[in-house]
Design a protein around this ligand. Structure first.
Ligand code: UDP
Ligand code: MG
Length: 252
C-alpha cells in the first residue's frame, strides 16, 4: 500500500456497538473524495468485544490499522498514539461513538485548503445531542478556558478535527491534552480555523465522562496557561559561522 494522504485517527474504549457502522459510514463519506486514506483505531484496552471486532475488521479491510493499549490509558493517550502511528500528510481525529458525523469529513478536507488545522465547533448544535447539564458545563468550560488561556476557540472540547500531521509533531503530550489541541497547535504558530459541526447523540454505549472528570480540566487549563506564558520566545538577529536556526517566537 502506498502512503495514504489522510489518516483518520480514532480512540476507542468499549465501543463494540459502534465500530461496524462507524467504519461503513467513514468509507461511504470518503469514497466520493477519491483520496487515499487509512483509518487508525487505538483500542484503549476495552473490556467489551471492541478489540476482537477491530482485529477481525482490520484483517478484512486493508485501509484499517488497529492497535491496542496494554491498560486503559485515557482518551488523550489513545488519540496521541493514533497520531504517532498515522502515516498521512493530514490527520482527521474523530470519536468512535458516531457523535461526530463522518459525512462532515469532506468539509474538513475543504477547510484544510485554507488552514493548517480545522476544528469542529458544536456551539450551534450541541443542545441536540447532549443533555442540558452537559451543554451548560461545556459552555462554561469553554468560556473559562478562553478567559484563562487567552484563546478564542469556541468549542475546544470538540475532538472532530483535521490538521497537517506536522502540526502535532512538537506539542507536549499530557493527559487531558485532547481538550486543548486547538490552543496547543496555535502555540506552534499554525493557522487554526473552525467549522460548525453537528453533535449527534451517541449511537450505542455510554459516555465515559461525568461532571467530575470534566472538572479535572481546570487543572490542565492552568498548565496550558503556564505553558503559553513560559514558552521560549527568541529570534536570531545575526549570526557568524552558523546557519540561522528557526526562530522560536510563534504568535500567541
Ligand atoms: N475514549 C477512550 N478512552 C477513555 C475514554 C474515552 O479512548 O478512557 C474514547 C471513546 O471511545 C470515544 C472518545 O474517546 O471514542 C470520546 O469518549 P466519550 O464519547 O465517552 O466522550 P464524550 O463524547 O461523552 O465527551
Ligand atoms: Mg461521545
Amino acid at each position: 500500500m502506498t502512503t495514504p494522504r489522510f489518516s483518520i485517527v480514532i480512540p476507542c474504549f468499549n465501543e463494540e456497538g459502534n465500530l461496524r457502522l462507524l467504519l461503513e459510514r467513514i468509507h461511504a463519506a470518503m469514497a466520493p473524495l477519491k483520496l487515499s486514506y487509512e483509518i487508525v483505531v487505538t483500542d484503549d484496552c476495552s473490556t467489551d468485544g471492541s478489540w476482537r471486532l477491530l482485529e477481525q475488521m482490520a484483517r478484512a479491510d486493508p485501509r484499517l490499522r488497529v492497535q491496542r493499549f496494554a491498560f486503559n490509558c485515557g482518551e488523550s493517550a489513545a488519540v496521541w498514539a493514533g497520531i504517532r502511528s498515522a502515516r498521512g500528510e493530514f490527520v482527521i481525529t474523530m470519536d468512535a461513538d458516531l457523535q461526530n458525523d463522518p459525512n462532515e469529513i469532506p468539509r474538513f478536507v475543504q477547510g484544510l485548503e485554507r488552514y493548517d488545522c480545522v476544528c469542529g465547533s458544536r456551539v450551534q448544535t450541541r443542545a441536540r445531542g447532549d443533555n442540558i447539564l452537559r451543554v451548560i458545563t461545556s459552555r462554561v468550560g469553554n468560556w473559562v478556558r478562553n478567559w484563562l488561556s487567552g484563546d478564542q476557540t469556541s468549542d475546544s472540547g470538540c475532538t472532530f478535527r483535521a490538521f497537517r500531521r506536522e502540526c502535532a509533531a512538537n506539542i507536549a503530550p499530557f493527559t487531558g491534552m485532547h481538550r486543548f489541541m486547538p490552543t496547543l497547535i496555535k502555540m506552534e504558530g499554525y493557522r487554526v480555523g473552525e467549522i460548525p459541526v453537528v453533535n449527534q447523540p451517541r449511537h450505542a454505549g455510554k459516555s465515559h465522562y461525568g461532571l467530575w472528570n470534566r472538572l479535572v480540566f481546570l487543572q490542565d487549563l492552568l498548565a496550558v496557561r503556564w505553558m503559553k506564558k513560559r514558552r521560549l520566545r527568541y529570534e536570531i538577529a545575526d549570526c557568524v559561522a552558523l546557519e540561522p536556526s528557526d526562530s522560536a517566537s510563534p504568535p500567541g
